[in-house]
Design a protein. Structure first.
Lengths: 228, 313
């Protein structure tokens, strides 16, 4: 018994030593990569006081990013009507990826198909690497991920990373918005319109208590439903 | 809102069956090691209960993985999970544990059946004898690591769900412990059921041993379920809502109170208490309690998976 205990301990210790060495190497490599931090971090503001609910953003996104019918990367959620005739109004809020700094979808993805682009901070999906386990869809607290019926991979808003942004343009929804309710820009550039608007207005982000640090800001319309 | 189809439901019943089967496999291996070391010692391979465990464990874990792969939206791309790893992902680390667990499981099973395997291969494939001799040199290490890996696998089934921040009921630190305890008891039950279906006698010393471990295990499970829901209620907010949504009236309330608490936990507990460890056991009694335990654990997996996804943060 003594002998077998010792052998077990020896074997286990050897295994753990190997595993620790390997993981140490991995962390050293990772920290070296993190040193060169990029000076771009994209974010977006949805000004609900300007949004009229025309859904031009939804259409433009679908067209630009070839999003199939039945699913969508961006949606305008309409609540209301509030108030009394003739002063009735609706409340519109944007439902799309919040591009979290600490993204649960990226943390849970077993293959690394869900990733944060280091240069821009955009949360994106590598459709080829995705196996469709739907762990990310379950993990996302904002429930904005879906399986693309054409590629069978997880899909969502990527700030038009592969389409408009790659061509040096603003994201499709921003370009399409007739009331300029959407502002897109670089959080790390103090002169950008995005930072100016953020400084001048009180903004909110959804479910910050979960520690996800989302980068979709909203300027709340002052009117609407009071929810306790 | 229907009990089985609702908007926030992402993972449906195949995942619950996978979690159940992984737990059964881990529990069966865990109890097989305990049986060999504390009850049977040498010649363990002659016991019907060890044989049952050695069949149930590999079949369950492979069937579970098969279900998991079939449930992917791209089943043919499953190999990418084996090639690309993400150290932050519970699922990715679980795949790693599953792979290593299976290696040690087969090595340990090979060691258990060393005598008959050696006898059969002696004249036919003498090279196999060298292999089993090599395995036997590391028997202590293999056994020890198999115990650790089976406990890790049992806990992993819970961590898989508790890594989902969007569902307050699942994001619960008690869940891995609860799934570990219920997984172990389902493994014990499947070994008992398989054992009496094969050549095991319902009054063998293996049955007495497992039943003796089962009472504290069921009590621990009840305490863990209580802590699980107390934790949710005391956390407040959406967590409290989630607990009330799950335990209230309706389909899942019935499943919980009648199926899990009644049949799955109180049933075997009462039968174990009425039947003291010394009295004689009948076939129907052993098979019956084992079936109740298994049904209870399968219902628990489905209950947690579905009700957990009903309420979002």
């Amino acid at each position: 018994m003594e002998n077998s205990k010792r052998r077990f301990l020896k074997g286990t210790c050897a295994l753990f030593a190997g595993a620790t060495g390997a993981s140490l190497l991995a962390t050293v490599n990772a920290s070296e990569g993190a040193k060169a931090e990029s000076d771009i971090k994209y974010a977006m503001i949805h000004d609900e006081t300007k949004c009229i609910g025309c859904r031009a953003c939804e259409v433009a996104c679908r067209e630009t990013n070839q999003v199939p019918e039945g699913v969508s990367r961006v949606r305008i959620e309409q609540t209301g009507p509030f108030g009394e005739y003739p002063n009735e109004y609706y409340h519109f809020s944007r439902v799309s990826c919040q591009h979290c700094e600490d993204a649960p979808c990226v943390n849970v993805c077993p293959t690394g198909a869900a990733f944060i682009e280091k240069e821009t901070g955009i949360v994106s999906v590598n459709a080829w690497k995705c196996v469709g386990c739907q762990y990310c869809i379950a993990a996302c607290p904002y429930k904005i991920r879906f399986i693309n019926p054409v590629t069978h991979a997880a899909d969502k808003c990527d700030f038009c990373r592969e389409t408009n942004l790659a061509q040096g343009k603003q994201p499709a929804c921003v370009e399409a918005c007739p009331t300029k309710a959407l502002v897109f820009g670089n959080l790390k550039d103090p002169t950008s319109e995005l930072v100016q608007v953020l400084r001048a207005n009180p903004t909110q982000r959804a479910k910050v208590a979960l520690g996800t640090r989302p980068k979709l800001f909203r300027i709340l319309a002052k009117s609407g439903e009071v929810i306790l | 809102m229907s009990a089985l189809h609702f908007d926030t439901l992402v993972w449906h019943w195949p995942i619950a069956i996978y979690l159940f089967l992984a737990g059964v496999s881990a529990g069966a291996m865990f109890f097989a090691v305990l049986l060999k070391h504390f009850v049977l010692k040498q010649n363990a391979y002659q016991s019907g209960f060890i044989r049952a465990a050695c069949i149930v464990a590999p079949v369950a874990v492979m069937a579970g993985l098969g279900i998991l792969v079939a449930d992917l939206t791209k089943p043919l791309d499953f190999w990418k999970i084996l090639v690309f790893y993400n150290p932050k992902s519970v699922m990715s680390m679980g795949v790693l544990i599953l792979l290593i667990y299976q290696v040690f499981m087969f090595m340990w099973i090979g060691l258990i059946f060393r005598k008959p395997v050696d006898a059969w291969c002696e004249s036919r494939f003498p090279i196999v004898l060298k292999l089993t001799a090599l395995l036997a040199r590391f028997e202590a290490t293999i056994t020890g690591l198999l115990v650790i890996l089976s406990l890790a696998l049992g806990a992993y089934t819970g961590f898989l769900l508790s890594a989902l921040p969007g569902y307050p009921m699942l994001k619960n630190p008690v869940l891995p412990l609860l799934f570990l305890a219920s997984g172990l008891s389902s493994g014990a039950a499947s070994s008992l059921l398989g054992g009496v279906l094969m050549n095991g006698k319902p009054n063998d010393k293996e049955v007495h041993f497992i039943h003796k471990v089962e009472i504290p295990l069921i009590l621990v499970e009840i305490v863990l379920i209580f802590t699980f829901f107390m934790g949710l209620v005391l956390t407040g907010g959406q967590s409290k809502m989630a607990a009330f949504n799950a335990l209230g009236y309706g389909f899942w309330g019935w499943i919980f109170w009648v199926g899990i608490i009644g049949l799955g936990l109180s049933g075997p507990l009462a039968m174990n208490l009425f039947m003291t460890t010394t009295s004689k056991r009948k076939w129907a009694y052993v098979a019956g309690t084992a079936c109740l335990s298994l049904i209870g654990v399968l219902l628990l997996r489905n209950f947690i998976l579905y009700t957990g996804q009903m309420t979002i943060a």
